[in-house]
Design a binder for this molecule. Structure first.
Ligand code: NCD
Length: 310
């Protein structure tokens, strides 16, 4: 594997290798000294053209825990605001010897283009409404930790599917891992070409709820909406929000996930987000470990993940 551009490209073996490597690396996150020498002398560039809190920080922490040199680049305050193209930015990174480029971009497909212009590995950290593969991997990792093997597990992904790269990446990855995925959303927030997606679709959250092992709530992405997709925030919450009453109707042991950032009180009630069933904080912790596994496998896959010259 040279790049990580989408979960649709991952075989079951690829996905399991990443998750199992993350499991090994998670031992390091529990230590007081959270650092391995594995990527010493390698350079990882974080190239963020869209806003991000947790994904950018998470990749930075992951690269640093593996001792890589990290260069953070955000479009604001760079020559991108002077109109420099993605290609010229890529050539600059190339000239500086980037071994891996972690890229977030508002245009779907931008990481694929970048992969043609640089010699190093490209990791997609979210491209438009297309994919966000490391988010899906950290979600799968979190589910495996809480629920065990994903084979036959029923995962409902609820909300603004139309604008969600998280939903798309999860549908591919989770079905590859044997889970059964149902997307739940109002018809206006579902993509048109859903026919090819390997999952079920429902407009009725209450019908799906009692049959879900995992309920993954999605943020309503106001910044990508140029029209009105539902009558009012209140109406949206009433039909598609996860409140304490709905939480009570989930099966015993079922978990609640959200990739963040949350609109508390809209798609998820604050009490639900902070409840014992919520894995939201664990997802953030696991994100670092999973991204360590991805960087490790892309940049030094032949050496042992931990052990050796520590
Ligand atoms: C997601 C994203 O940026 O796609 N957030 C994240 O990476 N944790 C989801 C979102 O913005 O709603």
């Amino acid at each position: 594997m040279r790049h990580l551009l989408s979960t649709a490209d991952l075989s079951r073996d690829d996905a399991l290798l990443i998750l199992d490597t993350a499991e090994q690396l998670s031992q390091v996150s529990g230590r007081s000294i959270k650092k391995l020498p594995t990527l010493r002398g390698r350079t990882v560039v974080n190239l963020f053209f869209e806003d991000s809190t947790r994904t950018r920080i998470s990749f930075e922490a992951a690269a640093k825990r593996l001792s890589a040199d990290v260069i953070n680049f955000s479009a604001k305050g760079s020559s991108v605001s002077k109109g420099e193209s993605l290609k010229d930015t890529a050539l600059t990174l190339q000239a500086m010897g980037a071994d891996a480029v972690v890229v977030r971009h508002g245009a779907s497909g931008a990481p694929h283009r970048l992969a043609n212009w640089v010699d190093g590995s490209v990791v997609n950290a979210g491209d438009g409404t297309h994919e966000h593969p490391t988010q899906a991997l950290l979600d799968a990792f979190t589910m495996r930790r809480r629920l065990g093997d994903l084979e036959g597990r029923r995962v409902s992904i609820v909300g603004d599917v139309l604008h969600s790269r998280v939903a798309r990446s999860n549908v591919h990855l989770l079905t590859t891992l044997g889970a059964e995925v149902t997307l739940v959303a109002p018809p206006t927030l579902l993509p048109v070409a859903m026919g090819e997606w390997p999952c079920e679709v429902s407009y009725d959250f209450d019908a799906v709820l009692p049959k879900s092992d995992v309920v993954m709530m999605l943020r309503v992405q106001h910044e990508r909406m140029n029209a009105s997709y539902f009558p009012s925030a209140r109406e949206y919450s009433r039909r598609y929000g996860l409140d304490p009453e709905r939480l009570g109707r989930m099966p015993d042991g079922a978990i609640v996930m959200h990739p963040g950032p949350m609109n508390r009180g809209m798609e998820i009630a604050a009490e639900v987000a902070d409840s014992g069933r919520s894995t939201i904080v664990e997802q953030v912790t696991n994100g670092v470990t999973v991204r360590m596994a991805v960087l490790y496998l892309l940049l030094s896959g032949s050496e042992p993940a931990i052990g050796g010259n520590q």
